[in-house]
Design a protein around this ligand. Structure first.
Ligand code: FPP
Length: 238
């Protein structure tokens, strides 16, 4: 990778194509997710080495509950294993974990493992790693609106005083800069209810590679493409 390159501060990824990756190899879909989980760990390390400060991955959407029970269970078990076994690695690599999404619907033991890992990595100062679980951007916005509406009802807040910053601060990503680059693997070109508010000005990058095959070279290609974009935020070209 060219040393002059601008490294995005925050990269978000829609990890798609696990099922098709498995199917191509005559493996069960869950084998694709297991390989995908290994890719997550490697990409986190690569992103960190490249100087990316925040990485957010879409692990389980609010819509994914409609998949067969066995697949939901396998995904939850992968996430459970990650939460329960990653503390040492996070400590070694100075990684700070945050889970975004509605955690209240997850199994109690998973909720506890998440809370433990978030607490035990909270003072790490390296890469921020956000994992979206039972996440849907519309659900996140509905929760945000409810919390603001409650403040208005109690008289704590004037409706006229609601600002964009206030909305950002009530989202699960509060305090984290908006993604500069959103990557989707697996060939589809849509956002699928991921970070709708936060990606207002993100550069979008779609690639055909299935998530389990995604690697540092592919991440560098995405960063390279990002470097060739002109970010104007609605303004004029300089
Ligand atoms: C989409 O592929 C992928 C998912 C729904 C799950 C992604 C989850 C992981 C990679 C595991 C996460 C693990 C950690 C440790 C964060 P798909 O099943 O929709 O693929 P398809 O479109 O080819 O069927």
């Amino acid at each position: 990778m060219n040393k002059e390159q601008k490294i995005p501060v925050h990269v978000a990824i829609i990890m798609d194509g696990n099922g098709r990756w498995a199917k191509k190899r005559a493996l069960p879909r869950t084998a694709g997710h297991a390989q995908g989980a290994r890719t997550v760990e490697q990409i986190l390390e690569d992103a960190d080495h490249m100087g990316i400060r925040y990485l957010t991955v879409y692990a389980f959407s609010t819509e994914n509950w409609s998949r067969p029970d066995s697949e939901v269970k396998a995904l939850m078990n992968l996430l459970r294993t990650y939460m329960k076994t990653s503390l040492q690695k996070c400590a070694r690599n100075n990684v700070r974990i945050r889970v975004i999404g509605d955690k209240s619907k997850l199994d109690k033991d998973l909720q506890i493992a998440i809370a433990d890992l978030e607490r035990d990595t909270a003072s790490n100062t390296g890469i921020g790693f956000q994992i979206a679980i039972n996440y849907g951007a519309r659900d996140e916005l509905a929760r945000s609106v409810r919390s603001i509406a409650q403040k208005i009802r109690s008289g704590e807040l004037d409706p006229e005083a609601v600002t964009e910053e206030m909305i950002s601060d009530t989202l699960d990503t509060a305090g984290i800069p908006d993604p500069d680059l959103l990557i989707r693997t697996g060939g589809e070109q849509r956002i699928s209810n991921f970070l709708l508010w936060q990606t207002a000005y993100s550069e979008l990058y779609f690639c055909d590679v299935a998530w389990p095959d995604f690697n540092r070279k592919e991440l560098e290609k995405a960063v390279d493409a990002y470097n060739h974009r002109e970010r104007r935020y609605g303004g004029l070209m300089q």
